[in-house]
Design a protein around this ligand. Structure first.
Ligand code: HEM
Length: 220
């Protein structure tokens, strides 16, 4: 692991692997939350399973937390190192002509997603940890949907979430294909397919999250 993070190429590779793991998490997280739109019971069952299954709690969740922290810390490290290596901006770097807004501003969209995660943990994750491990309540399989639904009664929270999901989409629009490039997956035939898939992914996943938030707001 130390070897993987001690060179720029190694760092980009490790960054890409953590990104890919998070891309898979987002599909699972969006699908689980989408059940709340269709069925209260389905969402309650899925949440209860995730919340009390030992493999999810003691294996997947810690790995997810490490991947999230690693991805953000390494993102900032790479940004700082890139800026140090290039103290004077290239004369020919005239913005949009050479690269997209998304690729030049990954650090900004990433920081917005990080700020969103702080709010999101305050909303869901910390209360859940408090409920289970600090208050030590007995499991209640029926509470999850109502808790989720109640969170979205506040228009400001919904708006903040929606803005974060749009920025998440911009982050993914560059990040998806960039993670494949960083692990060396380049091929004249497959790269356009990866890019097209990435574009759809970065539109549909945030749209799914936006739909869930707005659904719970308008059905209060
Ligand atoms: C409308 C959109 C969303 C809803 C309704 C939602 C809902 C939830 C809920 C209910 C939990 C608590 C799970 C538990 O521990 O019992 C949670 C946790 C979490 N969410 Fe979200 N989420 C949304 C969007 C997102 C997005 C866009 C991201 C990432 C950018 C994200 C990342 C996480 C993470 C990392 C956790 C903690 C790990 C976990 O407990 O699974 N969520 N979310």
């Amino acid at each position: 692991m130390a070897g993987l993070t001690s060179s720029t190429i190694g760092r980009k590779y490790a960054m890409a692997l953590s990104a890919m793991f998070l891309l898979i998490f987002l599909v699972m997280h969006m699908s689980t939350n989408m059940t709340s739109v269709f069925s209260e019971d389905a969402f309650n069952n899925a949440s209860h399973f995730m919340g009390y299954n030992p493999a999810v709690q003691y294996l997947l969740q810690p790995v997810l937390m490490i991947a999230v922290i690693f991805h953000f810390v390494m993102g900032f490290v790479l940004e700082v190192k890139n800026n140090k290596a290039r103290p004077v901006k290239y004369a020919n770097n005239n913005g949009a002509a050479n690269s997209s807004w998304m690729s030049r501003n990954m650090i900004i969209s990433g920081a917005v997603v990080l700020a969103f995660l702080a709010l999101h943990f305050y909303d869901f994750y910390f209360p859940e940890m408090n409920y289970k491990y600090i208050q030590g309540n007995t499991p209640d399989e029926t509470r999850y949907w109502a808790e989720l639904h109640h969170k979205f009664h506040d228009i400001w929270r919904v708006l903040l979430y929606v803005v974060a999901f749009v920025l998440l989409g911009l982050h993914l629009a560059h990040g998806f294909q960039s993670s494949f490039q960083s692990i060396g997956a380049r091929h004249p035939k497959y790269t356009p397919i990866i890019k097209a898939f990435g574009n759809w992914y970065s539109i549909l996943i945030p749209l799914g999250f936006i739909f869930i938030a707005i659904f719970h707001f308008v059905t209060q």
